[in-house]
Design a protein around this ligand. Structure first.
Ligand code: ADP
Ligand code: MG
Length: 573
């Protein structure tokens, strides 16, 4: 559906046209008509689907001559960037319409300037909840004429702890207002807000997540512990994305990684919430105008920022939330173009976490071997051949060759030296390391098994499901990764795939079973191998007599226990 099929004013149609929009996105098609009618709406749609225009066009359209003096539309956004960005976009919609004054209010910027703007009769206010509250308290923003409140990225605002501010603002706005809520996810908390503050809202849910995700090719790389940065440098050198976003989970990691990349000659810039406003704007601009080709960011800092044309997304850290994975990789492959997402994982825990993401998103995330330095050199050679084949020699170059020849360096030798120099310059800083040992995925299916032993048994009223539950929790593996469990008086043995036992022992370091801190070792047969009397956490009521025989009585073995797979699987999801 085209914008001009809507009942919009000529001024708005002209602005939309100038922006190059022709077809509406799904969320726009469904929400704009309702919003123009004044209905309350809850809109759920993924990042990059044009939500700003979905609420921004009706907001601008609603402004009339009578609104010249006071705030009538209030839009809340989670971050300064989003507020600025939305304000910028709304000003574009308002370009040909007189009397629309958009003002952005957010922290980290001059209060005076904002107050001045508000006083001069801004009628659409876009701000972060904290700063909006500030202005309300100072009476520099009055809510009595507000007739539309829009919460953009509502889920993120709640995540960031703005619930109280939001509720306080909503409680103060006149009751006969229109309340609009946009969100990429719809957790319970949002439903509660909807119930409490909206009036007969229309729910719109656009299922575009799957579609965009399907357009994105997704790969993962196994990297040895502590070598993710090196791996990333190799990948960037190998794939040479013209623009890439790299996601980390912490601000410290953003800073550290950005510094490392810059040191290695990549044009990278970092973005996170602790940076000053000016810095953040600079970073965004440098990425948009391609002075920086790599943007390293946290989820929150990147959320909702309109960056288009990203060739590749790298998950340096696995996202802490499955939904974040979709948001992150949605940065690439926008507007029907295919993109690529790469995820780095170290160790088995992360492999299992990645499997969980794969299941959640129904995506196909394929493993790829990391390129090696020699692969990249080979690629560079290829591109050098191409490059040189396409270059014309200038007259200045020949006399250099002649002078070299007079020193006994013939053309072939001279060319080799020049190429060598260039190749070295381009690949010298690349890390050279072996690929991580592949983690075996075909567990338990005929694979060799060993036994681990846990120093707890029937004496502590242990049942097989306690053991299995604790192991699954500690390792992130699934119940079916574990084999037979034998419970003795003082210890328990569990059959595990040989390839996994070291990982299991590592990750059960602080495991507790039934409240008891336990120790886990490789089982060598015979007795449990634990020297009980020297263990500091042996309980005083411990029956030493029994312990002397406990490990040997094969007849007392708990019957072969094969875990109830279905039940266990269900419990984890
Ligand atoms: P969201 O808030 O859903 O993440 P945005 O509102 O930031 O998405 O829009 C993402 C991008 O799509 C922006 O660059 C915006 O200008 C562009 N866009 C929005 N609507 C349309 C449209 N109908 N046609 C073309 N581009 C659009
Ligand atoms: Mg948005």
């Amino acid at each position: 559906m085209h914008f001009n099929e809507l009942n919009l004013s000529q001024e708005l149609l002209r602005a939309v046209d100038e922006l190059g929009y022709t077809e509406m996105t799904e969320i726009q098609q469904q929400s704009i008509p309702l919003l123009l009618e004044g209905r309350d709406v809850v809109g759920r749609s993924n990042t990059g689907t044009g939500k700003t225009a979905a609420f921004g066009i009706p907001a601008v359209e609603s402004i009339t001559e009578a609104d010249r003096k006071s705030a009538v539309v209030l839009i809340l956004c989670p971050t300064r960037e989003l507020a600025m960005q939305a304000a910028e976009e709304l000003r574009k919609f308002a370009k040909f319409k007189e009397g629309v004054k958009v003002s952005a209010v957010y922290g980290g910027a001059s209060m005076e300037k904002q107050i001045h703007e508000l006083k001069r009769g801004a009628n659409i206010i876009i701000g972060t909840p904290g700063r909006v509250m500030d202005h309300i308290r100072r009476r520099t923003l009055k809510l009595e004429n507000i007739r539309t409140v829009i919460l953009d990225e509502a889920d993120e605002m709640l995540n960031m702890g703005f619930r109280e501010d939001i509720e306080s603002i909503l409680a103060d706005v006149p009751e006969d207002r229109q309340t609009v809520l946009f969100s990429a996810t719809m957790p319970k908390e949002i439903m509660a807000l909807t119930e409490k503050y909206q009036n007969d809202p229309v729910h719109i849910k656009i299922k575009s997540a799957q579609r965009t995700v399907e357009l994105i090719e997704q790969f993962y790389f196994e990297v040895a512990m502590g070598r993710k940065t090196d791996a990333l440098k190799l990948l960037l050198a190998a794939y040479k994305p013209a623009s890439a976003m790299i996601f980390c989970n912490t601000k410290a990691m953003v800073d550290q990684l950005t510094e490392e990349l810059v040191k290695s000659g990549f044009r990278a810039a970092g973005l996170h919430g602790d940076m000053k406003q000016i810095q953040r704007t600079q970073v965004m601009n440098s990425f948009k105008n391609k002075t920086a080709e790599i943007l390293v960011a946290t989820d929150v800092a990147a959320r909702g920022i309109d960056v288009s044309g990203v060739d590749a997304v790298f998950n340096y850290d696995l996202p802490q939330d499955n939904e974040y994975y979709i948001h992150r990789i949605g940065r690439t492959g926008r507007a029907g173009r295919t993109g690529t997402a790469y995820t780095l994982i170290s160790g088995r825990r992360q492999l299992y976490d990645l499997r969980a993401i794969e299941k959640y998103t129904h995506a196909d995330i394929r493993e790829m071997p990391l390129p090696e330095k020699s692969d990249i050199i080979a690629m560079k050679k290829e591109s050098l051949v191409k490059e040189i084949a396409e270059t014309q020699a200038g007259h200045n170059a020949y006399d250099i060759l002649d002078r070299l020849a007079s020193q006994g360096i013939d053309y072939r030798e001279a060319a080799a030296r020049i190429l060598e120099k260039q190749l070295r310059a381009e690949t010298e800083s690349l890390p050279d390391f072996e690929r991580a040992k592949p983690l075996k995925k075909g567990r338990n299916s005929g694979a060799k098994t060993v036994k681990i032993v846990i120093n707890i048994g029937r004496n502590r009223r242990i049942a097989p499901n306690f053991i299995l539950g604790a192991l699954v929790d500690a390792t992130g593996m699934t119940g079916k990764d574990f084999g037979k469990i034998d419970i003795f008086d003082e210890h328990t043995t569990v059959e595990v795939p040989e390839t996994e036992y070291e990982y299991i022992i590592d990750s059960t370091d602080s495991m507790k079973i039934n409240g008891n801190k336990v120790e886990v070792k490789l089982y060598k047969g015979g007795e449990s191998g634990f020297r009980r009397s020297r263990r500091p956490d042996d309980k005083p009521h411990f029956d030493r007599k029994k312990a002397a025989y406990g490990g040997k009585k094969k007849s007392e073995i708990y019957s072969d226990y094969i875990p109830n797979r279905k039940k266990r699987m269900k419990k984890r999801h």
